[in-house]
Design a protein around this ligand. Structure first.
Ligand SMILES: Nc1nc2c(ncn2[C@@H]2O[C@H](COP(=O)(O)OP(=O)(O)OP(=O)(O)O)[C@@H](O)[C@H]2O)c(=O)[nH]1
Ligand SMILES: [Mg+2]
Length: 638
């Protein structure tokens, strides 16, 4: 079965709805007000089997200039357009506007129906045919078939069905191997069923019972039932008119413009980088101008930020950033329309290139090449661009930015990894790192370590976390810190290359030793000797340091070095002993053991000649060192 969505387009009263009714037997004007006023107000839907496995869904749009926004909500999902031109009126303003919109949206196939031929004679039909041929010259409809038809007497309807059948076979099918996306065009309550939302499925497939998320609402619900072109179905496929029953959701919570997609996969965003085209008939567009933005079924206000010029001239095209009044789900390649803020007329359109761009500085030289690659590149170029620009990017973030399935992002990522462009970290891969970024970080790690050693010759190295934060920003255009996964991988790699040493939490340039000046070396020896000389009756550290001819911070550092080298041992915050004194103490106890393996505080004081102030902390130290073990008031020598 081949499913194709056909949209009507054309001026008010030119016979769009009558043509759909004549073709399908279904009146697309479903609202009471539409029937009373004889005009279309909102989108109408109908369907038709053309045989040969071809099923057509019609989206009938209103021609009235006040309802162009409704027309825009429908036209986003169509594969083919029937441009309707009434034989008695020929080309009118909304013929032009609707046709501009079709061109800006990149619709590639269609036909022209010259309607109401029963009202005019053959010469007039020929005249209109010539006018239309002139009108579509140079567009996607240049070689399209022009068919005179009448909904009244049935003229041309068979030929029109034949042409639709032919076109249906050349239309490119919508992509099924992408995460599904259903831009919602209607939400209503069905008796006994609850909330139903409808739309044209523009990508992927929706299964019955699947969990779905309503973006940007963030609500997750289960699909209870699906209808495709008004018939119950287990699965809806890309390209089909789809109705989804979502019990547990209030119809009033949902509105046109929201999107049904896999839960948690996408991120709604309010900033887009895009290619923007301005129609030749539009006025020039100033940087910062506000416009109406229409994409799929959504509509919001956007501020246009031009990236490389102060204003956009009519008929020209540029990269721009759009800042939206509300968040929405938009993907690379999505087409949109912009309309002037007031009076509201269609002035241009374009395609989304980046759905999560940062705010750019005006004329930032890195932006245009990036957008250029995103616009023209293949999957590999695009993915590499996104990762290069971010430095490192987690897999879920890349799924949300590309709109591809995770497996596809991984496939393209692996190809880039084997080409030596990316590094995929994690098992299974979760973080994509650009090799240039890795090299840049490696350079910064070494620079920061060199700088640290130069400024702190008495310190062994830099704690990892300090190094990570120093490696982040500074002169770099990217202020973010490298993630732990990336940073630890980088340190491992640098250590494996013999460029750095990592000891516990401390990192240093490989082989770098603490470098003391002769004066510092002498002071260090003096501190060591002072503690060694006094044995267990140690002076306070402050007393020792006070005697040195060194400033206090440097003396403190020397003390730290001695502690780190285990020449001195800290027993409590205030008590520091020389290693040799503690060693002698241990030996003293071991020698006593053959006499008795028990000792109490009084006896310990007696044999060491120490006061209680020293005795208790030292006994606790010996317990920790497993030389003794406490047993009530006594200790057992082990
Ligand atoms: N004689 C004649 N009248 C037609 C034909 N097609 C439509 N009409 C009449 O033209 C009027 C407008 O037709 P619609 O089909 O509602 O026009 P439309 O293009 O859908 O109008 P909007 O949706 O409001 O833009 C109606 O009164 C139709 O009966 C036709 O082929 N012949
Ligand atoms: Mg109509």
């Amino acid at each position: 079965m081949r499913y194709v969505i056909v949209g009507t387009a054309g001026h008010i009263d030119h016979g769009k709805s009558a043509l759909v009714l004549a073709l399908t037997g279904i009146d697309p004007d479903r609202l009471e007000e539409e029937k009373r006023r004889g005009i279309t107000i909102d989108l109408g839907f109908a369907h038709l089997d053309l045989g040969e496995g071809i099923r057509v869904g019609f989206i009938d749009v209103p021609g009235h200039e006040r309802f162009v926004r409704n027309m825009l909500a429908g036209v986003g999902g169509i594969d083919l357009v029937i441009l309707v031109v009434a034989a008695d009126e020929s080309i009118k303003p909304q013929t032009r506007e609707h046709f501009d919109i079709c061109r800006l949206l990149g619709i590639r196939q269609g036909l022209v129906a010259i309607t109401k031929t029963d009202l005019v004679d053959g010469d007039i039909v020929e005249l209109v045919r010539l006018e239309v041929q002139e009108f579509v010259r140079g567009s996607f409809l240049e070689n399209a078939v022009l068919l005179p038809v009448s909904a009244k007497n049935g003229e041309g309807l068979e030929a029109l069905r034949d042409e639709l059948r032919r076109l249906a076979l050349v239309v490119a099918p919508k992509p099924e191997n992408l995460p599904f996306r259903l831009p919602i065009d209607r939400a209503f309550v069905m008796k006994g069923l609850g909330t139903v939302v409808t739309g044209t499925l523009i990508a992927g497939r929706i299964e019955k019972d699947a969990e779905v998320e309503i973006y940007p609402l963030g609500r997750r619900v289960r699909v209870r039932g699906i209808e495709v072109h008004n018939a119950p179905a287990e699965t809806a496929l890309a390209g089909q008119r789809t109705a989804v029953n979502l019990p547990g959701l209030e119809a009033k919570e949902v509105s046109r413009g929201m999107v049904l997609a896999p839960p948690g996969l996408f991120q709604a965003t309010a900033r887009l980088d895009c290619r923007l085209n301005l129609l030749p008939a539009a006025r020039h567009l100033k940087n910062g101008a506000k416009v109406h933005f229409h994409c799929h079924t959504s509509e919001m206000i956007a501020e246009v930020v031009l990236l490389d010029r102060k204003e956009l001239q009519p008929g020209s095209s540029a990269f721009a950033q759009l800042r939206l009044s509300d968040p929405g789900v938009f993907m690379l390649g999505d087409r949109f329309i912009i309309r002037q803020f007031s009076p509201v007329i269609t002035i241009g359109g374009g395609s989304v290139l980046d759905n999560q761009p940062p705010r750019h500085r005006f004329r930032d030289s890195r932006v245009v090449p990036l957008l250029d690659n995103l616009e023209k590149g293949d999957s590999q170029v695009r993915l590499e661009c996104l990762v290069r620009h971010a430095g490192e990017a987690p897999l879920p973030g890349l799924v949300a930015r590309t709109g591809w399935l995770p497996a596809e992002v991984l496939r393209v990522g692996r190809a880039l990894a084997s080409a030596g462009r990316l590094l995929l970290l994690g098992q299974p891969p979760e973080l994509f790192v650009h090799l240039e970024h890795l090299q840049e970080l490696a350079k910064r790690v070494i620079e920061q370590l060199e700088k640290f050693h130069a400024e702190n010759p008495l310190l062994a190295g830099l704690p990892k976390e300090d190094l990570r934060s120093r490696t982040g920003a500074r002169s770099s255009p990217r202020p973010e810190l490298p993630s732990n996964l990336l940073f630890n991988t980088l340190l491992q790699a640098l250590a494996a290359q013999g460029r750095i040493d990592v000891q516990g939490e401390t990192v240093r340039i490989a082989g770098r030793r603490i470098q003391l000046t002769p004066e510092e070396q002498a002071a260090k020896d003096q501190i060591g000797a002072a503690f060694e000389k006094t044995g267990l009756a140690v002076p306070s550290a402050r007393e020792v340091l006070g005697k040195l001819r060194l400033d206090r911070p440097r003396a403190e550092k020397l003390l730290q070095i001695l502690l780190r080298e285990n020449v001195l041992v800290k027993v409590t915050e205030d008590l520091i002993f020389h290693r040799s004194a503690l060693q002698q103490l241990k030996e003293l106890l071991v020698r006593r053991k053959p006499q008795s393996d028990r000792i109490n505080v009084a006896l310990f004081k007696e044999i060491t000649g120490l006061s209680r102030k020293y005795a208790i902390p030292l006994l606790e130290y010996l317990d920790r060192e497993r030389v003794t073990r406490r047993d009530g008031d006594e200790r057992i020598i082990l």
